[in-house]
Design a protein around this ligand. Structure first.
Ligand SMILES: [Zn+2]
Length: 332
């Protein structure tokens, strides 16, 4: 684990928490709630490290003290980071009761480094009822010098009894300029920066991840094929075959994004395309295909994405969608 720093759009929250901590008024349980891609994990890491550091400054942990060395080695005895267990092949989505019991036991011990004990639950909405109930008493009376950080994209999915025991820290979407300045450090192309910022609805970390993703690069090709199939210049199965090597979920994400844009641009006169870099192709699609066909295709994409989470016949699902697109856009 390397030393973390709060992101630029988190500095307000960061300094208010530091001030509370310095005056001994930091609540013992904090619920960090924000949409995905706002950098909750980074913030939690930075705060956990800061709380455990023996020579902290206002900016963060020092990175050199004994405690920071243990943090960087990933072996600090007073930090417990709890996420759903991934055992071998099986990916769990739940923080299990055994994990919750281990948290209770950890919280009841005294700190080994004579400082704080910090528990991070990420995501806290992964607690099921049993594990949430097991934690209630500990969250209520966590003992001296302990800090619980609960992270979630879905605060409404938490049990009310858990929510009420935490101080809510909402992290809001940053100002456009703050987000874009930060993105400029990794994305030099302005149009690309604008596009990922729009597609991520202003969540900067999500925008940065998106710029690297397979579906983001696939959008322009998928859109060109949608136009070609609608214009009878390409057979649906030919298009399906050329996207065979792309993961079906990525393919559907690309479909979803461009169709969504095209439908909205047909319906809303002042609509600004989220796919800024494909603005003129989106307009071409909106010209070529009726809103009715486009909406119907969009519903089928949503359904296909749902099927993909349960069905292994990914290629068949993608093929039938291309065929359906051919039918929907057939000139009457
Ligand atoms: Zn330190």
């Amino acid at each position: 684990m390397t030393m973390a720093r709060a992101y630029p759009w988190q500095t307000g929250l960061w300094s208010s928490l530091c001030r509370l901590a310095e005056s001994g008024r930091l609540p013992h349980a904090l619920l960090l709630a924000a949409p995905a891609g706002m950098g909750k994990q980074m913030f939690a890491r930075a705060l956990a490290q800061w709380q455990l550091c023996q020579q902290k400054t206002a900016e963060g942990a020092c990175g050199v003290c004994r405690s920071c060395q243990l943090l960087q080695a990933g072996s600090h005895p007073d930090l417990m980071w709890v996420s759903p267990d991934n055992e071998g092949e099986k990916t769990s989505k739940v923080i299990k009761i055994e994990q919750a019991r281990a948290v209770v036991e950890f919280a009841n011990q005294t700190a080994q480094m004579e400082g704080y004990r910090v528990v991070v639950l990420s995501p806290a909405d992964a607690l099921n009822t049993a594990s949430a109930n097991a934690l209630l008493k500990t969250l209520e009376e966590p003992g001296q010098r302990s800090l619980f950080l609960l992270l979630t994209d879905k605060p409404a999915a938490l049990l009310a009894t858990i929510r009420s025991r935490c101080q809510l820290l909402p992290l809001t979407v940053p100002d456009e300029q703050v987000a874009k300045d930060w993105l400029a450090e990794s994305i030099t192309d302005e149009l690309q920066r604008e596009t990922v910022w729009r597609l991520s609805r202003g969540a900067p970390e999500a925008a940065q991840v998106l710029a690297q993703s397979a579906w983001f690069s696939a959008r322009s090709g998928v859109l060109a094929d949608l136009i070609a199939v609608a214009g009878r210049k390409r057979a649906p199965l030919q298009a399906a075959a050329s996207w065979q090597s792309l993961n079906a979920e990525d393919q559907m994400s690309a479909w979803h994004s461009v169709l969504d844009d095209a439908v909205q641009s047909q319906m809303l006169p002042d609509y600004v395309s989220a796919n800024q870099d494909l603005h003129s192709d989106i307009a071409q699609l909106a010209q070529a295909v009726s809103a009715k066909a486009m909406l119907e295709a969009l519903f089928e994409v949503v359904e296909a994405r749902r099927l993909l989470t349960t069905n292994v016949q990914a290629q068949t699902i993608a093929e039938s969608l291309w065929l359906r697109w051919g039918t929907l856009t057939r000139p009457s």
